[in-house]
Design a protein around this ligand. Structure first.
Ligand code: ATP
Length: 276
C-alpha cells in the first residue's frame, strides 16, 4: 500500500542555524535533548530524571519537524519518524506492531530520538473524534489500542537511557491527559508562527546560498509577509530563484543574481495561510 511506514534511521544534517527565530524554543529543546544524551550520567548522579518526552505544538509549517531534525543532529542521535495519521490508518494490529518495533529499534540505536508527528491522531483524548474519523466504535478502539501501546512504550523508556520522544501536534488540547503525566511528556513547547524579526532570519537562512542584488531588502520582504509560515517563506525564496532563472533562460544571459523584482513576483504568487 502507499502507507509510509516508520522510517528509520539516520542522524539528520540539519543544524540549529538552519532554523530562523525560535531562540527560546531552541534553547529549551537543546536542554531537553542534549543534556540527557550528553550528560545522562551527571544528571543521574544529581538525582534528576531526564525528560522522556517533549510535546511541540503550533501551526503547520512552522518547523516542528525541522526542530526534531536539528535536535537529533546536535546530539548526534539517530532520528526515527512515526506519523500518528499513518499508524491510525493501518490494519488492526499493524500500527501497534510498528510502534513497538520503532521503540525497540530506538532503544538499540540509542542515543536516539523518536519524532512522532501528528500525535493527536493516536493520542487523542479518549472519546473525542480521532483524526476526523466518523467516531464509529471500531475507529475509537483503534485509537485506544495505539494510545495504550504508546503509553506502555513511553513508560518502558525509564530504563533505556538516551531515547527521547518528540511529539508534534497542531491540536494540543486534543492530547490525552494520560500522556501529559509526569514521566511521559514532561515538557510542552509552543512553536509560534514567525514574527517580523524571525521572518527576516528565516529569509536569511533560505537565501544563504544565493546572490542577492543590492536592490533586495530582506527587511522589506519580512515586512510584507505577515502571516506567512516558515514553510511559505522558504517557498517564497525558492520562487524568487525560479523567477530569476526563468528570466535568465529567456534572455539567454547567465545571470544568477536575484533582484527585487523576482521577490515581488514571488510575493504576488504566494498567499499566507495563517490568519492574524
Ligand atoms: P507540519 O506541522 O506541516 O508537519 P512543521 O511545523 O513540522 O509542519 P516543517 O516541516 O519543519 O514544519 O517546515 C517545513 C519547511 O519550512 C522546512 O523544511 C523549512 O524549510 C521551512 N521552515 C519552517 N520554519 C522555518 C524556520 N523557522 N527557519 C527556517 N526554515 C523554516
Amino acid at each position: 500500500a502507499s502507507i509510509v511506514r516508520g522510517s528509520a534511521a539516520e542522524v539528520p544534517e540539519v543544524s540549529w542555524d538552519d532554523i530562523g527565530g525560535l531562540h527560546e524554543v531552541k534553547k529549551r529543546l537543546q536542554q531537553a535533548v542534549e543534556w540527557p544524551i550528553k550528560h545522562g550520567d551527571a544528571l543521574a548522579r544529581l538525582g534528576i530524571r531526564a525528560a522522556r518526552g517533549v510535546l511541540l505544538h503550533g501551526p503547520p509549517g512552522c518547523s516542528k519537524t525541522t526542530l526534531a531534525k536539528a535536535a537529533a543532529h546536535s546530539s548526534q542521535a539517530t532520528l526515527f519518524s512515526l506519523s500518528g495519521a499513518d499508524l491510525y490508518s493501518m490494519y488492526v494490529g499493524e500500527g501497534e506492531a510498528l510502534l513497538r518495533d520503532t521503540f525497540r529499534q530506538a532503544r538499540l540505536a540509542a542515543p536516539s530520538i523518536i519524532f512522532f508527528d501528528e500525535a493527536d491522531a493516536v493520542a487523542s483524548r479518549r472519546g473525542i473524534g480521532e483524526s476526523g474519523s466518523s467516531g464509529s466504535g471500531s475507529d475509537t478502539s483503534v485509537g485506544e489500542k495505539l494510545l495504550s501501546t504508546l503509553l506502555t512504550e513511553m513508560d518502558g523508556l525509564e530504563l533505556a537511557q538516551g531515547v527521547l520522544v518528540l511529539a508534534a501536534t497542531n491540536r494540543p488540547q486534543a492530547i490525552d491527559a494520560a500522556l501529559m503525566r509526569p514521566g511521559r511528556f514532561d515538557s510542552v513547547l509552543y512553536v509560534p508562527p514567525p514574527d517580523k524579526e524571525s521572518r527576516l532570519e528565516i529569509l536569511r537562512v533560505h537565501t544563504r546560498r544565493t546572490t542577492l542584488a543590492n536592490d533586495v531588502g530582506l527587511e522589506v520582504v519580512a515586512d510584507s509577509t505577515e502571516c506567512f509560515t516558515g514553510a511559505e517563506l522558504a517557498g517564497l525564496c525558492r520562487e524568487a530563484v525560479m523567477a530569476a532563472l526563468r528570466e535568465s533562460l529567456a534572455s539567454n544571459t547567465d545571470s544568477n543574481v536575484i533582484c527585487k523584482r523576482h521577490f515581488d513576483s514571488a510575493r504576488n504568487g504566494t498567499r499566507a495561510s495563517l490568519s492574524p
